[in-house]
Design a protein around this ligand. Structure first.
Ligand SMILES: Nc1ncnc2c1ncn2[C@@H]1O[C@H](COP(=O)(O)OP(=O)(O)O)[C@@H](O)[C@H]1O
Ligand SMILES: [Mg+2]
Length: 249
């Protein structure tokens, strides 16, 4: 990845579903750049396009228009194979639903992205990540024997295992109690501060957002506002008045 270009950039990102009168505009032209080593929270009402944004940024979903650049490389027109390779090498993601493989242990699930990328999983790193998400004792458990919150934490460890440049997380603390959520947020913060990773996290929680360097507010598939150095109170206040942002736009 070039060191001068943003870790992740979207230009005029547009995603529509359906056709004619039934067209739904999930993203209506989003321009955002995420510098290396930054932590951004994406917030907005349900249906504002947050998950669609992450899926397009991860190269999992194809935009209807606009461009997605990872480390300065424009992957918009790449075929599925090439996007998959880039994703395995440079992007870690923890999306809703967790997508853990049910017949693999926590350790094996976390190691999987490293295997898929063709490398040998770093056992010490897998163990360290499971410990940092508080699951050192459950390393050999199968997902089916874990709570939703534990599965979510396995998915977060898995997102970090390849030391990706960009980490995309969709409500990574949604199923967690507040103490465990703080542990996960501290881990994401450390990934940015210590490893120079770029984290983009969708969240509904103003406290979670306060761990980020900046909050981006999405409304109706567009960037309605931004807030740097967010505090939980300031974010909660803004979330209660998102309509004001839209009117001001
Ligand atoms: N596969 C799909 N087919 C049709 N509409 C979709 C699909 N995925 C998302 N949408 C619509 O796009 C909009 C944005 O969805 P989404 O990105 O999931 O929002 P958020 O994550 O902010 O709740 C919503 O109106 C949603 O109903
Ligand atoms: Mg969503």
């Amino acid at each position: 990845m070039s060191t001068t270009s943003p870790a992740l950039e979207v230009q005029g990102l547009t995603r529509t579903y359906g056709t004619g009168d039934a067209t739904i505009t999930a993203l209506g032209g989003v321009d955002l750049a995420f510098a290396r080593g930054t932590f951004t929270a994406v917030m907005g009402p349900s249906g504002s396009g947050k998950s669609t944004f992450l899926s397009c940024a991860a190269g999992l979903d194809r935009p209807s228009a606009g461009r997605v650049l990872v480390g300065g490389q424009d992957l918009t027109d790449w075929d599925e194979d090439r996007r998959t390779r880039l994703r395995r090498q440079q992007i870690g993601f923890a999306f809703q639903g967790f997508h853990l493989l049910p017949y693999l242990s926590a350790t094996q699930n976390v190691a999987l992205p490293a295997r898929l990328a063709g490398g040998r999983p770093d056992r010490a790193r897998v163990r360290m990540l499971l410990e940092r998400v508080g699951l050192g004792e459950r390393a050999h458990h199968l997902p089916g024997s874990m709570s939703g919150g534990q599965q979510q934490r396995v998915a977060i460890a898995r997102a970090l295992v390849t030391d990706p440049d960009v980490v995309l997380a969709d409500e990574p603390t949604g199923a967690l109690d507040s103490a465990t959520a703080r542990q996960i947020l501290a881990l994401l913060r450390a990934s940015v501060t210590e490893m120079g990773q770029t984290v983009v996290m969708v969240t509904h929680d103003p406290v979670a957002a306060s761990y980020a360097d900046e909050v981006v507010f999405l409304v109706d598939g567009r960037v309605a506002g931004r807030m740097t150095h967010p505090t939980a109170d300031a974010v909660a206040g803004q979330m209660a008045h998102l309509d004001d942002l839209v009117v001001a736009r």
